[in-house]
Write a protein of this length. Structure first.
Length: 321
């Protein structure tokens, strides 16, 4: 960039000439800002959306016949928010994907700066190895992969295994500390099997904790709710919510972005007036500051993943009913 000689600025006699100088110096004046930097409340950029597990499972099954691990590090499909111009994120700071691994397959180990978690939908006999600890992946379980942890997956049982991945990749894209590294030996050595781990939230434990709750959460968004971890990851909070058939939640809006995974049941979520009908395995994206409410048609369990820890850390978490 070529600097404009200061002497020449004394000859500027009109605003148009001054604005030409701004362009030359790659700057702009606060009184003529082309794009406002501040606005009264969060803008509605990304949109509410729902993805059908039944449909995407068929897509994954087709990919299972056509795509092996020599073609892709993971056989997954990313859920891209359908807002115009968006190319990756499910909500602003988080991305969700469905993944399939078939019997006898192994997804090699790698690590990355984004944190990740897995919500298991179907299949038995599959395990994940995280920093040398092998954990079985069973339906309803939620497993964590913290930032920079080595992790791989393998299927030794008879079933295809399907799960939901949720990562904070869009947040890392924004902040820019992205690092990725494949394992130099393909897989970790000296692996230890474990049933109990701080990285694994077992479905039976979640059910027991929900049964032990004696009152509904104050926000009124579920009949019973528990948090997994405190929070589960530094950038992602996880809440398991139980709602009986015929339940109608309160209406809530929050600056936290949310992704709901339906573990079982059916119903609908009304987001900013838009009705999103869901059933077992589906995913619902609720962008920040959109009022939403749940209605259930049968008993339902949902896992809510949100960026509450990020918003809370910067004192940006706001909740309004």
């Amino acid at each position: 960039m070529t600097a404009t000689p200061l002497a020449s600025l004394s000859n500027v006699e009109t605003l148009e000439e001054l604005y030409e100088v701004f362009d030359e110096l790659s700057m702009e004046g606060g009184w003529h800002r082309r794009f406002p930097a501040l606005w009264p409340e969060p803008r509605k950029n990304l949109v509410p959306a729902r993805w059908s597990y039944a449909t995407i499972k068929s897509v994954l099954d087709a990919a299972g016949r056509l795509v092996d691990h020599s073609m892709a590090d993971r056989r997954n499909v990313t859920l891209r928010n359908p807002a115009e111009g968006n190319v990756y994120s499910t909500v602003r700071t988080l991305v969700a994907a469905y993944q399939l691994i078939r019997p006898g397959e192994t997804a090699d180990a790698h690590r990355h700066s984004p944190a990740a978690l897995r919500i298991i939908l179907e299949g038995r006999g599959t395990s994940t190895v995280v920093n040398g600890t092998r954990l079985e992946m069973r339906p309803g379980d939620v497993l964590l992969t913290p930032s920079t942890a080595w992790h791989s997956h393998s299927a030794d049982g008879p079933d295809d295994c399907y799960w939901v991945d949720i990562l904070d990749v869009p947040l890392i894209h924004l902040l820019e500390p992205m690092f990725f590294e494949p394992h130099p030996d393909r897989l970790e050595k000296d692996v230890v099997d474990a049933e109990v781990s701080s990285l694994a939230f077992r479905w039976e434990d979640s059910l027991a904790r929900l049964d032990a709750q004696t009152s509904a959460p104050e926000h009124g968004m579920a009949e019973r709710e528990i948090q997994l971890g405190d929070p589960a990851l530094k950038t992602v909070a996880l809440h398991v919510q139980r709602m009986p058939a015929g339940f109608r939640s309160a209406t809530l809006r929050t600056t936290a972005n949310s992704i709901f995974t339906v573990l079982c049941g059916s119903g609908e979520t009304v987001v900013d007036g838009e009705v999103l009908t869901w059933t077992t395995g589906d995913i619902v994206a609720v962008p920040a500051w959109r009022p939403y409410q749940h209605h259930t048609s049968e008993d339902a369990y949902l896992v809510r993943a949100s960026d509450e820890p990020v918003m809370r850390a910067f004192d940006l978490l706001r909740v309004s009913d």
